[in-house]
Design a protein around this ligand. Structure first.
Ligand SMILES: [Cu+2]
Length: 168
């Protein structure tokens, strides 16, 4: 019994560490949940950014872009499956967040694409940036860098997924 309890604790520890580090941000009626990114291998020039935006107000707002201190520029991308291959494309007019709704940017779906990375992203680092909204303007946030294999904030899973398709 003692051995199995220890294994469970070991498995949970990355989850707990990630959950504690992830932060939420508020701008007026917009709530921004757990911005995070992924550690990148040496030489990588792009990385994905993930978060959720909840609109608690009565007017829609639109996420149109942002900044990331370690990247030259930021785009909003969609990701779709075409003939068994994941394809990314820039979202031209931004993502509308309607009143009472939450838009999730996550691996395999909508995401921020950080282009022109200056340095590799290291697990455990926090990188400042902003999210730009049509009405709320520029909202300061901080992205927690999770492990290379993470699929969600604090996810220590060893599976890999669409990371390989993030070449531009
Ligand atoms: Cu992308």
């Amino acid at each position: 019994m003692r051995v199995s309890a220890r294994i469970v604790l070991l498995c949970l520890s990355p989850l707990l560490a990630g959950a504690a580090a992830a932060e939420d941000f508020t701008a007026g009626s917009l709530k921004i949940g757990h911005p995070w990114s992924r550690a990148t291998p040496n030489g990588a020039k792009v990385a994905g950014g993930y978060l959720s935006v909840t609109n608690t107000g009565t007017e829609p707002d639109t996420l149109t872009g942002g900044t990331f201190d370690e990247a030259g520029s930021v785009e909003i991308h969609s990701m779709t499956m075409e003939g068994g291959v994941m394809k990314m494309a820039p979202v031209e007019n931004g993502l509308v967040v309607k009143p009472g709704e939450t838009v999730a940017l996550k691996p395999g779906g909508f995401h921020l694409m950080f282009l022109g990375l200056k340095d590799p992203l290291k697990k455990g680092a926090t990188v400042k940036g902003t999210l730009t909204f049509a009405k709320a303007g520029a909202v300061p946030v901080a992205f927690t860098v999770e492990s290379l294999a993470a699929k969600a904030p604090g996810d220590g899973a060893l599976e890999t997924e669409h990371g390989a398709s993030h070449h531009h």
